[in-house]
Design a protein around this ligand. Structure first.
Ligand code: FPP
Ligand code: MG
Length: 309
């Protein structure tokens, strides 16, 4: 089974929630509006819906059934995520996402900025119906954290980042939205169980795994992402390990690292880093009662370590 098939299998226990959420999301856009018409097509490849899946898994793990408020929250988080990706793809000059042209490639950057802004407006509109100021507070703080992470990435371009700096940046730019999703879900569920440590460690796991995949794909010429990142001065975990090993403060030619004969060493070190955060995330949910949903959350963590057989 490939990664995608494994993922689907793990979250099959919440398939009814994911199906209901997909229907809910489709109903939030209208073909009558020019921008929503374009966004409906753009979002027709929705991605893994990882953040909504975690909202539903944590809710079910507590013995509760996700309802309209959970769908509103999950939709809000997913739209913030999509908005950030539309803008991220402009910043990274990425030609494709989810197997289709990015919005700035299909149209131009001016339109893509507007479209990202619109997705943020949809996120706020949808969550406002929950009428919960605690959730608004959580969301706004974590959106600021996400943007601060991206700002840090912008201003630290071409810096020789340490692994600690890279983890801190990943916590801000990526774990923030997992924190927003799970802390808001805890408010909805009236749960006092600490989900923040899990969200942080899972989010970091996810980002390092994403960076390693981009690196290995670039080495196999399946993607240009790491190559472009290096040219833009954004150094991810395997590249940072390479730079440290070779006492480098800058990389002039991406091929130096992508064709490096011992690049497997840097990939292995990165896998070790993924495992250390994924194992912490698993420990963080010890407090949940044992059931199929908790098992699915653990299986998700192990999907990123590659430990699942
Ligand atoms: C993907 O990272 C991008 C992010 C995790 C955050 C991007 C945030 C912004 C552009 C700030 C604007 C935010 C909002 C809410 C509009 P990546 O480039 O490492 O991942 P990739 O390989 O999927 O592109
Ligand atoms: Mg990107």
């Amino acid at each position: 089974m490939n990664f995608q098939e494994e993922y689907k299998k793990i979250i099959s226990c919440i398939k009814p929630d994911i199906d209901a959420f997909t229907g809910f999301s489709a109903g939030m856009f209208s073909r009558d509006s020019d921008i929503e018409n374009i966004l409906l097509d753009y979002l027709s490849q929705p991605g893994k819906l990882l953040r909504p899946a975690l909202v539903f898994l944590f809710t079910r793990a507590l013995g509760l059934v996700p309802g309209e408020r959970h769908f509103r929250l999950a939709f809000c988080i997913e739209m913030i995520h999509n908005a950030s990706l539309v803008h991220d793809d402009i910043i990274d000059s990425a030609p494709e996402r989810r197997g289709q042209k990015t919005l700035h490639t299909a149209y131009d950057s001016r339109f893509a900025v507007i479209a990202g802004d619109y997705l943020l407006a949809k996120a706020i509109e949808t969550v406002s119906y929950i009428k919960n100021t605690e959730i608004i507070d959580i969301l706004s703080n974590y959106i600021k954290m996400l943007i601060c992470g991206e700002t840090k990435q912008y201003f630290s371009r071409y810096d020789a980042l340490s692994i600690e700096d890279y983890i801190e940046k990943s916590k801000n730019k990526t774990a923030s939205l997992f924190l927003a999703a799970l802390e808001s879900a805890a408010v909805l569920n009236g749960s006092k169980i600490n989900c923040s440590d899990f969200a942080q460690n899972f989010g970091i796991t996810f980002q390092i795994h994403n960076d390693l995949k981009n690196f290995t794909d670039s080495c196999l010429s399946l993607s240009e992402k790491t190559c472009d990142d290096i040219k833009n001065g954004t150094y991810t975990a395997p590249v940072i390990f390479y730079m440290k090993e070779n006492n480098l403060t800058k990389i002039n030619n991406p091929n130096d690292v992508l064709n490096c004969p011992n690049r497997a060493v840097f990939e292995e070190k990165t896998r070790g880093l993924i495992k250390s955060f994924a194992y912490r995330a698993i420990e963080n949910i010890n407090c949940l009662e044992d059931n199929q949903y908790k098992k699915a959350i653990i299986d998700l963590c192990n999907l990123y370590t590659g430990d699942r057989t």
